[in-house]
Structures are given as C-alpha cells and as structure tokens.
Design a protein around this ligand. Structure first.
Ligand SMILES: [Fe+2]
Length: 342
C-alpha cells in the first residue's frame, strides 16, 4: 500500500485501509474501488489523501504509531469538551491510551495519515500535536507519567482559542495588527482555563502557556528566551509547527514531511531548541513508507522502510527492477541521494 494525495489517485484505484468518518465509523471499507465522482466528493470534504493498493506498492505495509480510531475518539472527545458537552477530565483515559500505544510501538517512526475534513482541523491538529509531543518525550526517555502530562499539554495547547472570535480564527486573509494581538492572547486564556484544576500538573499548565514562546525571544505572550522556556513549552512548539506545516490550510497547501523537516532544520537554534529538533528528526518519517521518490542517479523508487537516525536515507525499492536499496548502509549507493518526491 502507499499513501497518495487525493489529486494523484486514479479512478478505479482500490483503498488499502478503511476510510473513517469524523465520528469514527467506517465510511469506506478496505479494498473499496474508488470512482471519479467519489474522489471529487472526498476532495470537497477535505480528504488530503488515501492509502491505496497498487502494483508498485505491493507487499508494503504502513504501521501507524496511534490508530486512526483512537485519534478520532480523541478528536471527538476534544470537540465535546470545547463545546462544553464533556469535561476536561474525560480526556485523561484517552491520553493514557495514546501514551500506551506510543510506548508499545516506541521503535515505529511516526507516520500518520491526516484525518479528514476541514471542519475538524482544530481538533485533529491538537491531537496530532499531543501525539508528536509524546513521541518526542518518549525518545528523550520520559516515563509514562511524564508522557501523560506532556501529552495533556500538547492536546490542550490551543484550548484558549475557544475564547477568540471565530471570525478572527477563520479569517482567510492577513490578520490586522489588532486581530493578531487578540490571537496572541490564547495561550493565557488556555492557561487560565486549567490553572485551578488539580487534575492537571503545573508542567502541563506551563506547557500550554508557553507553546508560542520561541528561543530567540520572538514568541508570545512574554517573549521568553531559551532557558526561560519550559521543556514542555519547547517540545509543543516544535510539534505544533510541524503539524501546522504538514496540514492543508485555507491559504496554502500542506508542506510535505520533507519540506516541513527542512523548515525546522533551517530554523533550528533560532526559534526552536536544537537538541529537541534533533530528537524530533529521529521520530518522523521525512519520506514516509509508500512515498515514490527519484534518486540522484535517475532511479525511480518507492520507500519501504524508514531508518532511525537517518531520516533522509530510507530503504527503497527500485520501481522497475524491484531491487532493494538501503540508502543508509548500502556502500554502492553512498553517493546517491533522494532528489525529489514523485
Ligand atoms: Fe497556539
């Protein structure tokens, strides 16, 4: 199987994984054949891409670090909390399940299919930020309890946006200075919403408050610098930026994981903490399994395995000859690199 953006999927292709609705029910079953009408409807619904079965990707399996069902359950619960249909404490067992899933699959490099629908972006983004944050924390050696506190801060990081007028949050054009000042108040709003709740630890609360602080002092609300920012605040800042970059927005298309990786690497040691960026680079699939790539020797190949510590040099399979090439360890290919995704 491989993941293809919705624009690249040919009518007649078969689904390799079920497609779920935002409520967690199966919308289309595995092996379902996609028609032109259905593909255009899915695109309108905000589906970025799908896992499909084809000859090129035969035998390739994609293991997601947290199941789609659990992410959808978390997203639906967060929506209920924000709409005051559930209380914050009800999120805790779901966060524990996410942490357990990540601990169990600690060697799986993060590869997550974007969940569907423009209207659920706010919630799915928060869940993704929680998941990326927990993965970074796990790679740094945090224990289960610390990961739950970190994941809670990641998932709740933008809860203060509940107090920002929707017209400002969803404004398609550039924000005015005054509107941006209002947006900038959301970390403080979020902190105030949870600061008196004893079920949340102080590190969680501070993480929510500081997720827009930047190491060079350019962030908000306080313009804190490097060592003044908490570890959780720094981790969530990276997770938040990466997920926002790799998501389709009304004003731009999603960056590929490679482009987002380059963005973060290019900015490391200014806005973001270099040591955490380096940990994150070991967690993410820069070229996800199932991506088709062109090598510098002209070979077209498909990624079949990611290698930790070697984000840019995965194991690939030549599309024409089926030869397996380990770009990280195959001596014959040390001077060959991936030039682009195709
Ligand atoms: Fe935020």
């Amino acid at each position: 199987m491989r993941f293809l953006s919705i624009d690249k999927i040919e009518p007649g292709s078969y689904l390799a994984k079920p497609l779920y609705s935002s409520k967690g029910t199966i919308f289309l079953k595995e092996h379902f054949q996609l028609t032109e009408v259905l593909l255009s409807r899915l695109k309108k619904l905000g589906v970025q891409g799908l896992y499909i079965e084809d000859e090129i990707s035969e035998g390739i399996m994609v293991d997601e670090v947290v199941s789609v069902q659990l992410r959808l359950e978390a997203s639906a619960k967060l929506e209920d909390i924000i709409k005051n249909k559930s209380n914050l404490a009800e999120m805790q067992p779901i966060i524990s399940n996410i942490v357990d899933s990540i601990i169990e699959k600690k060697d799986v490099i993060i590869q997550m299919q974007k969940l569907n629908g423009h209207h659920t972006y706010t919630y799915t983004h928060c869940i993704n930020v929680g998941i990326y944050s927990i993965c970074i924390g796990a790679k740094m050696g945090m224990d289960r309890e610390q990961l739950i506190k970190l994941g809670t801060a990641g998932i709740l990081h933008d809860i203060g946006k509940n107090n920002i007028p929707v017209e400002i949050l969803d404004k398609p054009g550039k924000l005015t200075k005054d509107e941006f000042e209002i947006i900038k108040s959301h970390p403080v709003f979020g902190y105030n919403m949870i600061k008196d709740k004893i079920e949340f630890s102080s590190v969680t609360k501070i993480g929510v408050l500081q997720h827009h602080e930047r190491c060079d002092g350019s962030g908000y609300p306080r313009g804190l610098k490097k060592d003044e920012i908490s570890l959780y605040g720094k981790i969530i800042a990276i997770a938040d930026t990466y997920d926002a970059l790799t998501s389709d927005r009304s004003y731009r298309a999603a960056y590929s994981p490679f482009e987002a990786y380059e963005y973060l690497m290019g900015d490391r040691d200014s806005q973001y903490d270099i040591s955490i960026i380096n940990v994150f680079a070991r967690c993410i699939a820069v070229y996800p399994v199932g991506s088709c790539v062109k090598l510098s020797d002209g070979t077209e190949a498909i990624v079949i395995k990611n290698i930790e510590d070697c984000a840019l040099r995965p194991v690939v399979r030549n599309i024409k000859t089926n030869t397996i090439i380990n770009l990280a360890h195959d001596k014959k290919y040390l001077n060959v690199c991936i030039t682009k995704m195709i």
